[in-house]
Write a protein of this length. Sequence first.
Length: 117
Amino acid sequence: MQSILAESNYWFLGNLNYLDALLSLEITEGIVSSSIKDIKIDDLETIEDCRPIEITDQSRRVQIKFSNILAYQLTDESYWASENHDGITKNILCMHNNSEYLKYVMKNSIIKECIDN
């Protein structure tokens, strides 16, 4: 699956569902449009010759399922800021091995007793 994800730079979360410790998500490929647009930003400046990233009929969709989920977090990346980038894998989908959320969950739940490492 990683090779499919590496074939595109743009993926959008289409659907996320959690039921009975099974986390299912569908991501949809964004395709760079052939049309060119100028983008105006808050009456301050115009960026010329932009190509929108769109979901089209040709966009691929990938369904990913994670079983035995004990906790998960969904963050709108528009508002996400990392205190550091340590412990983050550099892929389309990334794993945060040292995030504040992970530290919180490990400290304030019985998850440490439920995992094998």
